[in-house]
Design a protein around this ligand. Structure first.
Ligand SMILES: *[C@@H]1O[C@H](CO)[C@@H](O)[C@H](O)[C@H]1NC(C)=O
Ligand SMILES: *[C@@H]1O[C@H](CO)[C@@H](O)[C@H](O)[C@H]1NC(C)=O
Ligand SMILES: *[C@@H]1O[C@H](CO)[C@@H](O)[C@H](O)[C@H]1NC(C)=O
Ligand SMILES: *[C@@H]1O[C@H](CO)[C@@H](O)[C@H](O)[C@H]1NC(C)=O
Ligand SMILES: *[C@@H]1O[C@H](CO)[C@@H](O)[C@H](O)[C@H]1NC(C)=O
Ligand SMILES: *[C@@H]1O[C@H](CO)[C@@H](O)[C@H](O)[C@H]1NC(C)=O
Ligand SMILES: *[C@@H]1O[C@H](CO)[C@@H](O)[C@H](O)[C@H]1NC(C)=O
Ligand SMILES: *[C@@H]1O[C@H](CO)[C@@H](O)[C@H](O)[C@H]1NC(C)=O
Ligand SMILES: *[C@@H]1O[C@H](CO)[C@@H](O)[C@H](O)[C@H]1NC(C)=O
Ligand SMILES: *[C@@H]1O[C@H](CO)[C@@H](O)[C@H](O)[C@H]1NC(C)=O
Ligand SMILES: *[C@@H]1O[C@H](CO)[C@@H](O)[C@H](O)[C@H]1NC(C)=O
Ligand SMILES: *[C@@H]1O[C@H](CO)[C@@H](O)[C@H](O)[C@H]1NC(C)=O
Length: 522
């Protein structure tokens, strides 16, 4: 007898034995083979799925110890392309199924509803389409359901409200629509609920306030209307509340800082929210991110002195301040926030002076935006302490006095915009240190003297605007030779003299050049 014949007999005998021993594991084997048959596997991730070994030894397959049935199928990030066949519903011992980050398409088969032991289902980052099968509601042991980053459409099935053990429901980046069913409020174990970037609409159901264990609520990037139900602010476990880019209106409850003691992230940007930032927020000492830009908040900004971990405060385009000359005093309360990175209060109604205490803001600060307010007084020289600033924008105020020479310390600056103010005096020769500058805008001030030749150091400059000042003298040839200038060069409306340097020919990539309103000769 030849060796191969013997092998065949042994193999045959083996599988007959397996069938006799326990026919049920053959069901799993067939389901896995059926699964493989519908998949293109360019990287050979499933090459071990062949008859030379028991399926419990195949890559990505985990079996139970007692009965050799599939309990976990983990095929994440295997470059697989295909569809999930209905046979998946035969893997009745399956507890975990992870297909994330592949290229599966077509519908999610309702046969998952037969997997009563299923705890984790991760189908995120594929191209699944069609509706979410309501049959998933039969998976009564489900703990985590992640369907994010697919092409799912239609409504969120009301029936999913029966998954009483569910801890995580993630649906982000799909095209789901309609209301969030109030039954979601029945998911009493839920810790994370994410619907970011879908087409959900209507009002946010009040029943979500029943989710006492909810830590992360991410509803941003939808079409939710009306007010945020007050019950949401009652979920004391909540650490992250994201309702950004919806059409929400109304105000925030005054006691928010007490009812949400664990809140770390408040993201509400781009809505129609009104009223004051609740003073009690001062007591929400775990806050790290407050993103309320593009709303219509009004009034005084409360103190942040207890919020030491705050690293992001953005209130761009609201209606804050406007009451007194002490509007900006809250900036001093931020000197205790040792991780502060982003501080943007541009586009509000702030009045008064920039307090000297800004010199004590954390040196971690990288973006400081005060533009388009009604700020007056001088720019404190202590700005030079903020040595990690990359982006300093104070345009569109009434800031007077000279430009502090201390800006020379800010050698990471990429954007410096002090335009449309009342600054006077000479432009300091501080550019020797500002090699990273991409954009410099000092236009529409009362600056005089000549254009500093140290600007030639700024070899990365894309945009330079010094127009509408009283600058005099010749245009330094080195400036005209800055070949990086590719967006905009505006020296118009000054008192510059002489002829245009021949170096202008080097500005081959320049989008716009304005030199009018000077006394240049041909
Ligand atoms: C079958 O799987 C084994 C690992 O179990 C692997 O070494 C072998 O290359 C596979 N055979 C084929 C034809 O892919
Ligand atoms: C996704 O899968 C690809 C392989 O297909 C891998 O290179 C990449 O690192 C994976 N991404 C993540 C976030 O796991
Ligand atoms: C497995 O599931 C499919 C489709 O749901 C079914 O046709 C098949 O008979 C089932 N049983 C076996 C042993 O494959
Ligand atoms: C389910 O997911 C959780 C969290 O990611 C993990 O700890 C657990 O081991 C998973 N269980 C199964 C059966 O996959
Ligand atoms: C899913 O896709 C998003 C966006 O492309 C990516 O940021 C994320 O890392 C991906 N996750 C996985 C698990 O592949
Ligand atoms: C939906 O789930 C139920 C309950 O487990 C099951 O009886 C039914 O076969 C499932 N539907 C399909 C199409 O598999
Ligand atoms: C689930 O929630 C809905 C709507 O909020 C409610 O009518 C229903 O009685 C709840 N069901 C259970 C089992 O709690
Ligand atoms: C907030 O919670 C308290 C007690 O936990 C409860 O009495 C009150 O009705 C809740 N308010 C809202 C608006 O849900
Ligand atoms: C913060 O909490 C303390 C102690 O509960 C209280 O005395 C104080 O008034 C609160 N501050 C604000 C601004 O609500
Ligand atoms: C903001 O609210 C004021 C009234 O408080 C109103 O006049 C103004 O139009 C609102 N602005 C926006 C952008 O909604
Ligand atoms: C910083 O924190 C200390 C200690 O809690 C406090 O005494 C001080 O007033 C705070 N500083 C500011 C500017 O809020
Ligand atoms: C900066 O902080 C130090 C130490 O707390 C303090 O002595 C100094 O007065 C502060 N400077 C300003 C301008 O507030």
């Amino acid at each position: 007898m030849s060796f191969s014949c013997l092998t065949t007999i042994v193999l045959l005998f083996g599988s007959v034995l397996a069938l006799v021993k326990d026919g049920s594991d053959e069901i799993d084997r067939l389901a896995l083979l059926e699964f493989k048959a519908r998949i293109a596997d360019p990287s050979g991730a499933l090459s071990s799925w062949n008859d030379s070994s028991h399926f419990c030894d195949w890559d990505g397959v985990t079996c139970g110890r007692k009965h050799r049935r599939v309990t976990i199928l983990d095929l994440r990030s295997k470059s697989l392309f295909g569809v999930v066949p209905p046979h998946i519903g035969n893997l009745s011992f399956l507890r975990g199924f992870n297909l994330q980050n592949n290229s599966f398409h077509a519908e999610i088969p309702p046969h998952f509803g037969r997997l009563l032991r299923l705890q984790n289902l991760s189908l995120n980052n594929n191209s699944f389409s069609g509706q979410i099968p309501s049959n998933l509601s039969y998976c009564s042991n489900m703990l985590f359901l992640n369907l994010g980053y697919n092409m799912l459409k239609g409504n969120l099935p009301t029936e999913l409200g029966s998954l009483s053990k569910l801890q995580g429901l993630v649906l982000q980046f799909n095209s789901l629509m309609g209301n969030i069913p109030p039954s979601i409020g029945n998911l009493s174990s839920l810790q994370m609920f994410g619907t970011l970037m879908n087409n959900f609409g209507g009002t946010i159901p009040e029943t979500l306030g029943q989710l006492r264990n909810l830590k992360i609520l991410a509803l941003g990037g939808n079409k939710f209307l009306s007010t945020i139900p007050i019950s949401i602010f009652n979920i004391s476990a909540l650490a992250s509340l994201d309702v950004a880019t919806n059409q929400l209106e109304g105000g925030l409850p005054g006691n928010l800082g007490f009812t949400l003691p664990n809140i770390k992230i408040i993201s509400m940007w781009q809505n129609h929210l009104t009223g004051p930032i609740p003073e009690s927020i001062s007591n929400a000492s775990n806050l790290e991110v407050i993103q309320i830009d593009r709303n219509n908040f009004t009034g005084k900004v409360p103190s942040f002195s207890k919020i030491r971990g705050l690293y992001w405060f953005n209130s761009y385009i609201n209606n804050l301040g406007g009451e007194q000359s002490t509007d900006l005093d809250f900036l001093c309360s931020l000197t205790n926030s040792t991780k502060l990175k982003i501080l943007v209060i541009a586009g509000n109604a702030f009045r008064g002076l920039i307090p000297d205490c800004i010199s004590n803001l954390s040196t971690t600060l990288s973006m400081f935006g005060l533009a388009y307010n009604h700020i007056s007084g001088t720019l404190p020289f202590g700005i030079g302490n903020l040595i990690n600033l990359e982006n300093l924008q104070m345009q569109g105020n009434s800031i007077s006095g000279t430009i502090p020479y201390e800006i020379i310390n800010l050698n990471k600056l990429t954007i410096l915009d002090l335009s449309h103010n009342e600054l006077l005096g000479q432009i300091p020769e501080f550019f020797v240190n500002l090699r990273m500058l991409l954009k410099l805008d000092l236009s529409s001030n009362n600056l005089w003297g000549s254009i500093p030749s140290s600007l030639k150091i700024c070899q990365n400059l894309l945009l330079l605007n010094l127009s509408t000042n009283n600058l005099s003298g010749y245009i330094p040839p080195e400036i005209m030779g800055l070949s990086s200038l590719s967006i905009y060069l505006d020296l118009s409306r000054n008192s510059l003299i002489g002829s245009l340097p021949v170096e202008v020919g080097k500005l081959q990539n320049l989008g716009e050049l304005h030199l009018d309103g000077n006394r240049l000769s041909q």
